[in-house]
Design a protein around this ligand. Structure first.
Ligand code: GLN
Ligand code: ZN
Length: 735
């Protein structure tokens, strides 16, 4: 009864991050390769078994030691020359993490997710030397766990592999070069008796995917001749109309599409509209990604609705599946004992999504979708604007020497700091004792800045484990999971909070620490907040109201904090938005709609500040060239950016744009333990001057590190900041 079901990916770390622990122990030399592989196999076995137990009919054999793109670089024998003296796991992990004198592959964000993949490096000299033995062995293991009828290999298709790579050769010739290897693989898989193969081709949702038409058609024509059933799997967005037109004609048995898009995004996925308009080929199975694989919220209702719409169109050859790999979700809700029952009943993590897939396929879902009830957020347009424009307010703000010095917020999170925070959380340390110790850490940070002679101080963020968690725990409407870990890259996992209801501020969140810090110095201390867009982008959003509405709720809550900081006497308030760029939709055509509300949310948060208050913002990565206008519209008085590892591209772009507000481009890399010399920093500052950014306004060129210093030790931070202050002094003499 019902439709067949399929999975296209599952969390890879194991329910208790077993693989993470095994990897880290192996890297430290505490366990052998055999031990690591044994854990990895066990994690995969459990994941596949969970899918089998849920009743899924076609199980995608997901699972990787580090990253699936890296797996394919390895299987295809495309390790760049600098890794070729290494073999097996040594080569694999050298590509992932670097080895003595051999830098790792680049890492990059995977589409618009918070997952990061290892970017293959291809050029004219790249020649595949495929060895699929590990993959074939994995498929056999899968067949043992779920049975030969259910075990479906997952393959990263040649088109996506090449288009996600850093490819210095012509992309279509590169695809041509890879096709024989893929064809050989398909015939080997055929020999194993698998029912079909999933060819993952997410690159087909890129806005420029029409450029791949010829090479993709040629590749799949050739691959089809291997005589293996291919399920062409796309996800993360819809295919554009012109792309859909030729993709549906490719010689494959099934095409899988994402019907869900990004949670809370209104101008999202149009897969359903496209099928309504153009139909779907009768000779192919439709992999209907109707169960939302990116949202932690249950999606049975909307999935059932989409399924019945497809049936109403006369499409019956359907396989029900998740919209994207379930790897972006935590493992299971079972581990969330503290969740209020009413919320828990509406959530679904990876294991629970499996049950949804099967239930929807059997038609066992009531008509109406579960919604939380929608909250309208009406904001008076006047609230978005500061009372005076930058040109008129800048002279009313704090006065500093030329090349003012500051830092981005956090100071080293020493073991003493982490231990007292932990003990306080466990109730082993009283609130009074905790405050006492925090005061000590703040006092130390202030003393250091005083001694070094910085111009604008920070309190050091000792009380914060994480810039989102700290605020999320103080805000109403956000839930922090016990075990809701999601892989970010390699062994690194993040635990995003879930927005479970309307967000409100219960009480002031940062005033105590600010006051302590400011009471110890006459220099201005920055108030330090995480911006609304970053909190939203690093959380699991609600699905029943738009991301925009959620951003505005967060902005209104943070706006109260800005007001309170001002009332406490704070003259400089930093609102960090490192994640603003991450939220950009995949297709450029949808950028404006995102940027419009994202910038508004920031403005709503800061618009309450008096002209005399200086608003600073901070962003981590430096490739903002294509969103300069949005950054300008944020109307921050000071923009600080990560810069030191780039060739000043962002500064040149800002100069060309004519950006006129204060700029704090990072003068040294905080990710490296190397202490920058005075000369190094002065030459950085001189290079800013040469770019003619803020010409004639040396007092608006800030001197600060790239980012927060929480991962460094004081023994690096002290000499680095000393040299930074000295470099600013040298520069002041030069002008
Ligand atoms: N204020 C934060 C810090 O210094 C900013 C962190 C970030 O940009 N990710 O830690
Ligand atoms: Zn940063």
């Amino acid at each position: 009864m019902g439709f067949p079901t399929s999975t296209i990916g599952f969390p890879r770390m194991g329910r208790n991050r077993d693989l993470k622990r095994a990897l880290e122990s192996y890297w430290k030399g505490n366990s052998t390769a055999e031990e690591l592989v044994a854990v990895s196999n066990e994690v995969q076995k459990k994941a596949w078994a969970a899918q089998k137990d849920a009743g899924v009919s076609l199980i995608g054999l997901d699972g990787t030691l580090y990253d699936q793109m890296l797996d394919w670089t390895f299987y295809l024998g495309l390790a760049p020359p600098r890794f070729q003296h290494l073999t097996a796991l040594d080569q694999y992990f050298a590509m992932a993490r670097g080895a003595e004198g051999t830098p790792a592959l680049d890492m990059s964000k995977f589409f618009d997710t918070n997952y990061h993949f290892m970017v293959p490096e291809l050029d004219d000299a790249s020649e595949p030397k495929p060895d699929f033995s590990l993959l074939l062995e994995k498929v056999k293991r899968g067949q043992e766990v779920v049975g030969s009828d259910c075990a479906v290999p997952i393959v990263i298709g040649p088109v996506s592999f090449v288009h996600l790579a850093n490819c210095k050769a012509d992309a279509s010739s590169m695809i041509c070069k890879l096709v024989p290897a893929y064809k050989q693989l398909l015939s080997e898989l055929k020999g194993l008796g698998v029912p079909e193969v999933q060819m993952h081709e997410p690159a087909l949702v890129f806005g420029n995917a029409n450029d791949f038409k010829d090479s993709c058609e040629a590749a799949y024509k050739e691959l089809a001749s291997a005589g293996m059933s291919i399920n062409l799997v796309t996800y993360y967005d819809d295919m554009k109309e012109d792309v859909f037109a030729w993709v549906t004609k490719l010689p494959v048995c099934a095409i899988s599409m994402d019907f869900c898009g990004v949670p809370g995004v209104e101008l999202g996925n149009e897969t359903m509209e496209m099928i309504k308009k153009h139909g779907f080929p009768k000779d192919k199975r439709l992999g209907a990604g109707v169960v939302d694989g990116r949202s932690v919220w249950g999606s049975e209702g909307s999935a059932a609705k989409a399924l019945s719409e497809l049936q109403a169109l006369g499409i019956t050859n359907i396989c029900v599946q998740s919209s994207v790999s379930l790897q972006h979700l935590p493992y299971t809700l079972e581990d969330e004992k503290a969740l209020p029952e009413d919320v828990k009943g509406r959530l679904a993590f990876a294991v629970e999504k499996l049950a949804e897939i099967v239930k929807v396929a059997c038609g066992g879902v009531p008509e109406s979708a579960t919604v939380l009830g929608s909250t309208k957020v009406e904001v008076d347009a006047k609230l978005f604007d500061r009372p005076l424009p930058f040109a008129e307010r800048r002279s009313k703000q704090i006065c500093t020497p030329a090349f003012p010095t500051s830092t981005i917020g956090s100071f080293p999170q020493t073991s003493a700091i982490r231990s007292v925070r932990m003990k306080f959380k466990k109730g082993e340390v009283s609130a009074e004792e905790y405050k006492c110790q925090m005061t000590g850490h703040i006092a130390y940070a202030i003393g250091v800045q005083e001694a070094l002679g910085l111009d604008v101080f920070v309190h050091g963020e000792a009380e914060r484990t994480d810039m989102v968690e700290y605020f999320g725990q103080k805000l109403e409407g956000m839930y922090f999971t016990n075990n809701g870990w999601v892989q970010s890259y390699g062994s690194r996992c993040i635990r995003p909070p879930v927005i479970v209801g309307d967000v409100h501020r219960r009480e002031a969140m940062t005033i105590v620490e600010y006051k302590i810090a400011q009471s110890l110095t006459k220099k201005p201390v920055k108030g330090m907040l995480t911006g609304p867009v970053t909190i939203l982008n690093w959380s699991f959003p609600r699905k029943d109201i738009s991301r925009k509405a959620q951003a505005m709720q967060l902005a209104l809550a943070l706006r109260e904090e800005v007001k309170d900081l001002e009332e406490a006497g704070c003259k400089v308030i930093q609102v960090d938005e490192p994640a603003i760029r991450e939220g950009l939709p995949l297709k450029k055509a949808r950028w404006d709609s995102y940027l419009s509300w994202a910038v508004d949310a920031f403005r709503l948060c800061c618009g309450v500040a008096a002209p005399e208050t200086q608003i600073v913002t901070h962003m981590c990565y430096s490739d903002f060239q294509d969103i300069l206008e949005a950054i300008d519209r944020m109307d921050a008085d000071v923009l600080t950016i990560e810069n030191s590892r780039s060739g000043n591209e962002m500064i040149h772009a800002l100069a060309t744009y004519g950006y006129g507000r204060d700029l704090g481009a990072g003068v040294y890399d905080v990710h490296s333990p190397v202490v920058p010399t005075v000369d190094f920093i002065t030459s950085k500052i001189r290079s800013f001057m040469e770019s003619r950014v803020l010409e004639g306004h040396a007092d608006r060129i800030w001197v600060n590190p790239d980012c927060g210093l929480k991962t460094r030790d004081w023994k690096e931070v002290l000499p680095a900041l000393k040299n930074m202050v000295e470099a600013a002094r040298v520069m002041r003499e030069e002008i």
